[in-house]
Design a protein around this ligand. Structure first.
Ligand code: GLN
Length: 485
């Protein structure tokens, strides 16, 4: 095994045993990026000097007795995370020259815990997309098959795990952007409950849906990363002040007697046969481990995608109003007057998917349409939320596919945005409900492409989905397979 193949907990043990230094681990990771990232395009910015300085500092901490799990571990960040002194683009031309003056809370927490930041990862522009094709910095390729997309919008964060160019990464999930790329790249991806992790210093897409979470090689690493970034932050008024459990300590709880619900609306005709087979195998495995399987109903599922695309675009149109070429970001070189400067800076700086969404959202919020679209969507959102709360009266977790199909080809869905939007049907409801969900590797299609399994938990019960995933991982070992790169 190479250094870049190790999980956080494996690397941590080697660092503690002084078999390896953080500088060596970081050098190995930087060399790996150098060797394979040309093919994958997971990184927008690599930060070797800063990373090596942080690694040296980590080695000193370890020598002085620091036993924190993340100390010295090379980590990558989706380029939506504000990073002090490091360019932060959000995958957009409009921020292609933006160097933030501060670190956001999740990043600051990782750094305080000794993590080494190796670079900023590619993503769909402003996190709008499911395939990473809307990035100004070019599409990310799926390490399992370079002709396929890695999913999106945290495609770089997932592809870096699969390509072994970061030990762990952070992404964000507004409608599936951690879980869907994790599924397509065979890694573990966790979207925590809304309010669990601070979004201070995370570029906003749709503020009532956005949430920060980890992408990792295994479940233990996801528990480690979540523990590091979770918790109340006075800088984000939506972060909730409830205690953060020791997620790693709770992993071994097992699934005996656990009630697992299968929402009938998620096991539809048209589910890809390979995905269906992987789900059937997972259900059989959980049964054999002593879990109780029950069918449940989430009756408003069919309205989720439409509801999401009203709410998310409305919030995006408001959030993205701040990019005007005045204080930061791209400014047009040829404008006469202020109004033209705004218009041209935005016209030049935003890509077509972002423009489409700003227009949709502005329309839904405009007077005369507000009640018919936005207000209606908010009401349906409440019904969807209620579906989940009702289901959780009967069961402890829900088991579903992440995506209706294995990873698709680059370009395949570009001409038809609606097709792209519909591919998020199984992840979007979780964001609308505000609860937690994770993706865990659950096998491969006949063509050798990854398939992910989703476990959805009660609000703030990340612990149960993590331990339920851990039981599965121990039996299946899908996470041990590595992409042919
Ligand atoms: N694919 C969805 C969208 O395009 C979700 C993106 C996300 O979670 N950031 O909005």
């Amino acid at each position: 095994m190479e250094i870049f193949d190790l999980t956080i907990h494996e690397l941590h043990e080697k660092l503690q045993a002084k078999e390896l230094s953080s500088v060596e681990a970081t050098r190995a990771m930087l060399a790996r990026i150098e060797a394979v990232d040309d093919k994958v395009n997971a990184y927008i910015t690599v930060t070797p000097e800063q990373a090596l300085a942080e690694a040296e500092a980590a080695d000193k901490r370890i020598a002085a007795g620091d036993i924190a799990t993340l100390t010295g571990i090379p980590v990558g960040l989706k380029d939506i995370f504000i990073t002090k002194g490091i360019r932060t683009t959000c995958g957009s031309k409009i921020l292609s020259n933006f160097i933030p003056p501060y670190d956001g809370t999740a990043v600051a927490r990782l750094k305080e815990r000794g993590a080494v930041i190796v670079g900023k990862l590619n993503q769909d522009e402003f996190a709008m997309g499911s395939s990473n094709e809307s990035s100004y910095f070019g599409p990310v390729k799926n390490p399992w098959n370079l002709e396929c997309t890695p999913g999106g919008s945290s495609g770089g964060s997932a592809a870096a795990i699969a390509a072994r160019t970061a030990t762990a990464t952070l992404g964000t999930d507004t409608g599936g952007s951690i879980r869907q790329p994790a599924s397509h790249c065979s890694c573990v991806g966790l979207k925590p409950t809304y309010g669990r992790v601070s979004r201070y210093g995370v570029i906003a897409y749709a503020s009532s849906l956005d949430q920060v979470g980890p992408l990792t090689r295994d479940v233990t690493d996801a528990a480690i990363m979540l523990g590091a970034v979770a918790g109340y932050d006075q800088m984000d008024s939506t972060s909730v002040n409830t205690p953060v459990p020791d997620y790693v300590a709770g992993l071994g709880a097992g699934v005996k007697g656990l009630k697992i619900g299968l929402p009938s609306q998620y096991f539809i005709e048209g589910l890809d046969p390979d995905v269906k087979r992987a789900m059937d195998e997972a259900i059989a495995l959980y049964k054999s481990l002593g879990a109780e399987i029950r069918e449940v109903s989430l009756p408003h599922t069919e309205y989720a995608v439409a509801t999401y695309y009203i709410i998310a675009t409305a919030e995006a149109s408001s959030n993205l109003a701040r990019y005007d070429g005045v204080r930061f970001g791209h400014r047009t070189e040829d404008a006469r007057g202020l109004a033209q400067m705004y218009a041209k800076s935005r016209a030049e700086g935003f890509g077509s998917e972002v423009k489409r969404r700003i227009m949709l959202g502005t329309y839904a919020l405009s007077s005369g349409y507000y009640d018919a679209y936005y207000l209606k969507a908010q009401k349906v959102r409440t019904l969807i939320q209620q579906d989940f709360l009702n289901a959780f009266q009967e069961v402890d977790v829900l088991l579903t596919p992440i995506a209706p199909t294995p990873p698709f080809k680059i370009g395949e869905k570009l001409a038809d945005p609606l097709q792209m939007y519909l591919s998020d049907i199984f992840t979007i409801p979780v964001n609308l409900a505000g609860t937690c969900g994770l993706s865990i590797p659950a096998g491969f299609s006949a063509a050798g492409l990854p398939i992910g399994l989703q476990l959805i938990g009660k609000p703030f019960d990340e612990q149960t989905i993590l331990s339920t995933a851990y039981s599965f991982e121990r039996e299946t070992q899908w996470h041990q397979k590595t992409a042919p790169l």
